[in-house]
Design a protein around this ligand. Structure first.
Ligand code: NAD
Length: 427
């Protein structure tokens, strides 16, 4: 669970305690969002510093939009992620609010709606889902269903005239991803894949360092994302609903990180798929995938995803001048960063631990999407980004099946499949 301690005071308290001191510029937040907030005539509040300049900066005062001006989201699927992470994250969002729910369980939906102040008329089931088209409170739909249902519910949402934020993996096939992109384009609505790591402060710092050349030329990347999966009856272990085993669920984080850290797209893939024989969890889907990706610059990523080993979610990025490590790298909170480089004044080496302010990754990602909707901007992690991961996943399975290297089309441009980079300090 996300740690919630040591948070800034509530928005209402913050606004009431305004001292009259204001920031001269817009509040530091995702670029588009900051402009949207400032454009709405809200005044960022600045509090006097409490600590000496030698100390770390304290939290910035948020500048949230009033509820009625926020982008209204319908949450589709009320399972673990929706109830434990996404709905609670709206309290830390500055631009979004939950206004509708979609669930097959009417009693659960009514209970959750009451908790979040959502009126019963905005609660839908999967049969009445298309009536979202007539619900003016809903601008965006957040699809949090099993992977095999992402395409259908994203396409229906686009046809209902809604913007779509879809959980990872985007879908379970390349064809489904392409149909989702087509549907959003045809409806002139935005589509974003919920790659929360690309909005998370430590991963953003790693991207910044890698791109700034602070590790020298990137040579290699090692990553693991694994956890021991339980009940063999769960949808994650059913091929039709999951699309695969550990690879599309957790291995996708390693794959996506290799791509966002380097900005490059792989040209060659080789892979091994392994499952413990007779384990009832791995009848339809795989347990472990070890895959290697070669990129145009010569950078090579070696990654492991697993449903069989104890929680291990880390990576190390190696360059000619140093390395950086995130361990853990991929959980909802608690990222830890180490950086190693030669010491400037001696023959020794410095290993630095870098600490950044923690942020709610789901609030950051949702606010980015809301800012793109409000400012008509291209999301950082749009449909093409999700489609590319699905193309590489298909190549990984293909390589494991055939037992040799599989080639992918060469893409020279850096960040070819992403929207414009986020412009300011994380969060
Ligand atoms: P979950 O099983 O807890 O929830 C899924 C919900 O879908 C349940 O409420 C279930 O009732 C509903 N559902 C509707 N139709 C269904 C059907 N035919 N079969 C099974 N369930 C059905 O799953 P979850 O962990 O919340 O994952 C949901 C999505 O979120 C997945 O795509 C997953 O990959 C993604 N996810 C992302 C992250 C992240 O960090 N971004 C973390 C966990 C899960």
């Amino acid at each position: 669970m996300q740690k919630r301690g040591n948070r800034a005071p509530s928005r209402r308290a913050v606004l009431k305690s305004t001292t009259g001191l204001t920031l001269s510029g817009a509040v530091a937040f995702l670029g588009g969002a900051a402009r949207a907030v400032a454009g709405d005539g809200l005044t960022p509040v600045k509090l006097p510093p409490l600590l000496a300049s030698s100390e770390r900066e304290s939290d910035k005062v948020p500048t949230p939009l009033p509820p009625e001006q926020r982008v209204g989201f319908a949450i589709v699927g009320l399972g673990h992620l929706a109830l434990q992470q996404i709905l609670p994250a709206f309290s830390e969002s500055k631009l979004c609010r939950p206004v509708a729910l979609v669930s097959g369980d009417g009693a659960k939906a009514a209970n959750v709606a009451a908790q979040y102040g959502i009126a019963p008329k905005h609660v839908y089931d999967y049969q009445s889902y298309d009536r979202l088209a007539q619900d003016a409170a809903v601008s965006a739909v957040y699809v949090v269903l099993p992977n095999g249902l992402h395409a259908e519910y994203s396409i229906r949402a686009a046809r209902a005239g809604k913007h779509v934020l879809c959980e990872k993996p985007m879908a379970i096939s390349v064809n489904e991803c392409e149909r989702m992109i087509d549907a959003s384009r045809a409806a002139h609505k935005k589509l974003m894949v919920a790659y929360r790591m690309q909005y998370e402060p430590y991963n953003r710092e790693a991207i910044r360092m890698a791109r700034a050349g602070e590790l020298g030329k990137l040579k290699a990347f090692m990553a693991s994302n694994g956890q021991a999966q339980g009940d063999p009856r769960q949808w994650r272990l059913r091929k039709a609903l999951a699309g695969g085993g550990s690879l599309p669920d957790v291995g996708i984080y390693c794959l996506n990180a290799a791509r966002y850290l380097s900005g490059e797209e792989p040209t060659e893939v080789s892979a091994l798929v392994t499952s413990t024989p007779h384990d009832p969890r791995f009848v339809e889907v795989e347990e472990q995938v070890d895959f290697t990706l070669r990129f145009p610059s010569g950078f090579v990523a070696s990654c492991t995803s697993s449903y069989g080993y104890h929680d291990s979610k880390c990576y190390r990025l190696m360059g000619t001048q140093g390395w950086l490590e995130l361990d853990p790298a991929f959980p909802y909170a608690g990222q830890a960063m180490r950086i190693a480089r030669k010491h400037a004044g001696s023959s020794g080496e410095d290993v630095e631990t870098r600490k950044l302010e923690a942020k709610n990754q789901f609030a950051l990602e949702m606010d980015h999407f809301a800012a793109c909707i409000r400012d008509d901007k291209v999301p950082l992690t749009g449909g093409e980004e999700g489609l590319q991961d699905m193309r590489v996943i298909a190549a990984i399975y293909d390589s494991a099946r055939r037992g040799h290297v599989v080639k992918l089309p060469r893409i020279e441009k850096v960040d070819a499949l992403r929207g414009p980079a986020l412009v300011d300090a994380a969060g």
